[in-house]
Design a binder for this molecule. Structure first.
Ligand SMILES: NC(=O)c1ccc[n+]([C@@H]2O[C@H](COP(=O)([O-])OP(=O)(O)OC[C@H]3O[C@@H](n4cnc5c(N)ncnc54)[C@H](O)[C@@H]3O)[C@@H](O)[C@H]2O)c1
Length: 260
């Protein structure tokens, strides 16, 4: 990772921020992109404090083609040509689908799925213009593969199912030019998204109790644990890995609810 330029979307918080720090500790140059401009700038500052030779925070709405194009241009101007990208920005809106309005549906798909397409398109076109190899990692979810027992997750699940399918096809398209494309599939991870709109204290108590009962490893993930999987996919250690879904979920998807 040393000296490589890594672009991270959703970099201000949670899993994205943990990936920024993990890459910084390995000596990568960082472009931290987020719709939260102040959060992106502070992630970049923290990257430098943690060993990144260079880092920049850039405002970016991944659902807008213009915003993504200008963010990549600003990022490359500041920290050099992109070598790897973590297309991670995402939102969650829940509710039974018959209560969902079309604007909510579109917003979830625009950020989670179109945002991944736009981020990857920008990164891959810049890599191919330079004839450079690269690594692309996209954030999926167990919701791409299984229905959440809590329900109300159709739009989010559809967006993440799309991300996982997108990754498989893109991996085949770019394997011949040395660009690997993979997904990370984090289970329940201790970030603001996990808490949603719940009261922090009560929400955490409820989630920790449910995790201890339902997740084989008995707890939710720390963002740094998911980041370790992402850094591996971004690095040359994963040089023969493309088109895969790296599940990092404490055993959640391996487990059936049946006790008989
Ligand atoms: N936390 C979990 O349990 C969990 C589990 C599986 C998958 N995920 C996925 O991981 C990814 C990161 O989520 P997190 O848990 O770190 O959440 P988070 O809310 O802590 O971070 C998400 C970040 O994305 C940014 N963002 C939102 N909309 C954006 C947009 N339009 N353009 C640019 N940035 C935008 C937010 O400002 C925020 O900084 C998401 O794709 C999420 O779906 C999370």
């Amino acid at each position: 990772m040393r000296g490589r330029t890594i672009v991270v979307t959703g970099a201000a918080s949670g899993i994205g921020r943990a990936v920024v720090l993990a890459c910084a500790r390995r000596g990568a140059r960082i472009a931290a992109l987020d719709v939260d401009e102040a959060g992106a700038a502070s992630a970049a500052d923290e990257a430098v404090e943690n060993g990144a030779p260079d880092a920049t925070g850039v405002s970016c709405d991944v659902s807008s083609p213009e915003s993504v194009a200008s963010a990549f241009a600003r990022a490359e101007e500041a920290v050099g040509p992109v070598d790897g990208v973590f297309a991670n920005a995402g939102i969650e809106m829940n509710g039974p689908l018959h209560t969902f309005d079309v604007e909510q549906w579109h917003r979830v798909l625009e950020v989670n799925l179109t945002g991944v397409f736009l981020t990857c398109r920008e990164a891959i076109s810049r890599l191919t213009q330079r004839d450079a190899p690269g690594s692309v990692v996209c954030t999926s979810s167990p919701a791409a593969f299984v229905g959440f027992a809590g329900g109300g997750n159709s739009a989010y699940a559809a967006s993440k199912g799309g991300v996982s399918a997108f990754v498989r096809s893109a991996a085949i398209d770019y394997a011949s030019v040395g660009i690997r494309v993979n997904a990370v599939v984090p289970g329940a991870t201790d970030t603001p998204m996990l808490l949603g709109t719940e009261d922090a204290h009560e929400g955490l108590r409820r989630i920790r109790a449910a995790a201890a009962e339902q997740i084989p490893l008995g707890r939710v993930a720390e963002p740094s644990e998911v980041a370790a999987a992402v850094v591996w996919l971004l690095s040359d250690d994963a040089s023969y890995v493309t088109g895969t879904q790296l599940v990092c979920d404490g055993g959640l998807m391996a487990k059936s609810a049946n006790t008989f």
